[in-house]
Design a protein around this ligand. Structure first.
Ligand SMILES: *Cc1c(COP(=O)(O)O)cnc(C)c1O
Length: 395
């Protein structure tokens, strides 16, 4: 059996998304900035896609700017808010310790040019507290950036409460919603969100395309210089095929959110219950306030990388959710942020399922992970030390 359980990394494109792209890879190839008929056909398609995406988010079409993915949307959101803040000498930003690197690395850059960033602690349940956001506010705070749902441990943040606090205090609020869009019902107006990033390949659309929602009146700074596309906010000829694929994928995902999320959450809970029978392991993040498809565990006495390799041999395609994949041996900043000690954070496993996951695949994952963990522990000197009391169990 082969089970793809890495949907937080990327998803398979939906049929609807592929079919929506095909005409624009073929016959309808005009440049939307051209005034002739083929150009205007492309332009009409582009604006129609913008309307469809806006209606999925509960915003106006002109509040949507297309980007080349979630990372770019996050970069542009933070840089724009920082520029706006600097105009009023507000150079303090509040974020969290477990954001995606698209946010964290942009914040590091802003720190180098004079911004000060408060990184809020994440509690052991993987959730930031809205009251702590409020307590961190200062007169010079220009922006709060808190992700909608975490990509490693799947925990969903109190976005509405944070949005309310930001509105009361007149501070901009950005949310990286790359893991949430198409999986949770989003309403940028109800949640008082000013800036929101999404990425098509996380909801069964194509890679390399995303969108940035920016509330009307909020002046985005362009981070790519060139032509006047996207009302001067993002230069470069629009990737029409990808944008059409994204619109189709998001519409389909949003239309099916209720049915997909209840089915997937039931499978998630079965997977969690099955894996919890393994001794000395722990679920990462709150068991309920998490994405319907996210299962994240730490296992004592094993290395996440070895676990992934053996699972791959058995046809289970998962992730450790750790930075090891980027060639670094540092454990995941997310697991450290929720208080997992280094040695335990190394033994992590993330299984992210979706609507295509079958019950038989869930059973196969439980059986395979249980066997592989047992096998690795039987060869692990650390596990031997734990068993004969030379080392203390953490989990
Ligand atoms: C995948 C991801 C991103 C980056 O999106 P890309 O389209 O791959 O650039 C940003 N934030 C989160 C939470 C993600 O999961």
């Amino acid at each position: 059996m082969q089970v793809y359980a890495d949907n937080a990394a990327t998803t398979k494109m939906s049929r609807a998304a592929i079919e929506a792209m095909l005409p624009y890879l073929d016959e309808i190839y005009g440049n939307p900035s051209s005034l002739h008929t083929p150009g205007q056909r492309a332009k009409n398609a582009l604006e129609e896609a913008r309307e469809r995406i806006a209606s999925c988010l509960g915003c106006e079409p002109r509040e949507i700017t297309f980007t080349a993915g979630g990372s770019e949307a996050d970069n542009q959101a933070l840089i724009s808010a920082a520029h706006l803040g600097a105009r009023h000498s507000k150079k303090h930003i509040i974020s969290t310790a477990f954001e995606h690197h698209a946010v964290l690395h942009t914040l590091k850059k802003l720190e180098k040019v004079g911004f000060e960033v408060t990184y809020l602690d994440v509690h052991s349940d993987g959730i930031v507290r809205a009251a702590e956001v409020e307590a961190a506010l200062r007169p010079d705070t220009c922006l709060v950036s808190v992700m909608y749902a975490n990509n490693e441990i799947g925990t969903i943040q109190p976005i509405e409460a944070i949005g309310q606090i930001c509105r009361q205090h007149g501070v901009l609020f950005h949310s990286d919603a790359v893991q949430a869009a198409g999986h949770l019902v989003l309403d940028v107006k109800a949640d008082n969100i000013d800036l929101l990033a999404l990425s098509a390949h996380k909801f069964h659309g194509p890679k390399g395309v995303g969108a940035l929602y920016a509330k009307r009146g909020l002046a985005l700074s362009s981070i790519i210089e060139g032509g006047a596309q996207e009302r001067g906010k993002r230069a470069g000829t629009e990737n029409i095929p990808a944008i059409m694929g994204m619109a189709a994928a998001l519409e389909e995902a949003c239309a099916n959110i209720q049915t997909h999320s209840s089915q997937t959450a039931a499978q998630r809970d079965k997977l969690i219950a099955g894996l919890q029978k393994i001794p000395h392991c722990a679920l990462n993040g709150d068991p309920h306030k998490r994405l319907p498809g996210n299962v994240s565990f730490c296992f004592e006495g094993i290395e996440g990388e070895s676990l992934l390799l053996l699972l791959d041999d058995q046809g289970v395609y998962a992730s450790s959710g750790s930075a090891c994949t980027s060639g670094s041996l540092d454990p995941s900043h997310v697991l450290l942020a929720i208080g997992r000690p280094h040695e335990v954070a190394h033994g992590s496993l993330r299984l992210t399922i979706d609507a295509a996951t079958t019950d038989a695949e869930v059973d196969y994952m439980i059986k395979t992970v249980t066997e592989v963990v047992e096998r690795l522990r039987s060869m692990s000197p650390v596990w031997r030390d734990l068993q004969n009391g030379k080392r203390q169990y953490v989990l």
